[in-house]
Design a protein around this ligand. Structure first.
Ligand code: ADP
Ligand code: ADP
Length: 229
């Protein structure tokens, strides 16, 4: 089943006299429940695509569909509703609110969701139930990122978008965060789309889209994962 279908997606940024063609006609299908890695050199269009998929930005032309709905035809209010209901974001830097505890940070999201998890349950899924009342400054980088994962999954989004989720972490801590993400994929069926240079993530992906110069130059399929699912 397709989660996203993209047709001839183009994105051109115009800055003064300069045009940058960030996406040059991308066609894609992303399957519901898959782990997809976007790989490629800096400037090849990965973040631009992630932002468009997440409804943070719009393509200059082309169509994007999610679950039978054309996102590129929605007005701002409906696009925001789509994003709130379906998308969780995880960035390289955890973006937690320092004056709130782990549980309160998660509650920010669950308070405005339709069918949220209990914040304690979300923290349990990332293995941090005993750190519920800690403030971000009292947690390690990896623990802070796991709180960010708990916050992102607490509203049960169909899709988690991660931009270098382990980029600020050492490799051991990064692995723990990856396990947490893989767990959300397995337990909740969450579609995971990740930008990463971490080889460990590419190894756990169902597919890797190799970006080059605003296009998907090739797609690698991980046969082991496909056989396992
Ligand atoms: P690159 O992918 O070339 O390494 P960056 O990591 O600097 O680029 O940025 C990737 C994307 O994430 C950009 O589209 C940027 O707008 C967005 N971004 C960067 N920092 C933040 C932040 N703190 N909060 C939200 N979005 C961010
Ligand atoms: P990646 O994530 O693969 O590093 P990006 O999608 O961030 O690539 O960027 C693709 C191209 O678009 C780059 O040349 C970048 O400089 C340009 N770009 C990205 N965001 C903007 C923006 N807001 N304004 C102008 N150019 C941008």
């Amino acid at each position: 089943r397709a989660a996203f279908t993209g047709k001839s997606l183009r994105k051109t940024y115009v800055t003064g006299e300069t045009e940058v063609h960030a996406l040059r006609g991308v066609d894609l299908e992303i399957n519901a429940g898959e782990i997809l890695v976007l790989l490629g050199p800096s400037g090849s269009g990965k973040s631009t695509l992630l932002n468009i998929i997440g409804g943070l930005d719009r393509p200059t032309s082309g169509e994007l569909w999610y679950d039978g709905k054309e996102l590129t035809a929605l007005d701002e209010a409906d696009l925001t509703r789509f994003r709130r209901a379906n998308i969780g974001f995880i960035f390289q830097f955890y973006n937690l609110i320092p004056s709130l505890t782990a549980e309160e940070n998660v509650r920010l999201v669950t308070d405005i969701s339709d069918r949220p998890m209990n914040p304690a349950e979300a923290l349990e899924l990332v293995g941090l139930q005993d750190r519920r009342h800690h403030f971000p400054a009292q947690l390690s980088g990896g623990e802070q990122q796991r709180v960010a994962v708990a916050r992102a999954i607490a509203k049960r989004p169909g899709v988690l978008l991660c931009d270098e989720p382990t980029g600020a972490l050492d490799s051991t801590t990064g692995v723990r965060v990856l396990e947490t993400l893989a767990n959300a994929n397995r337990e909740l069926g969450t579609t995971l789309i990740l930008i990463t240079h971490n080889a460990g993530i590419a190894a756990m992906a169902d597919r890797v889209f190799n970006f080059l110069d605003g296009q998907i130059a090739s797609i690698e399929v991980n046969q082991n994962r496909v056989a396992a699912s």
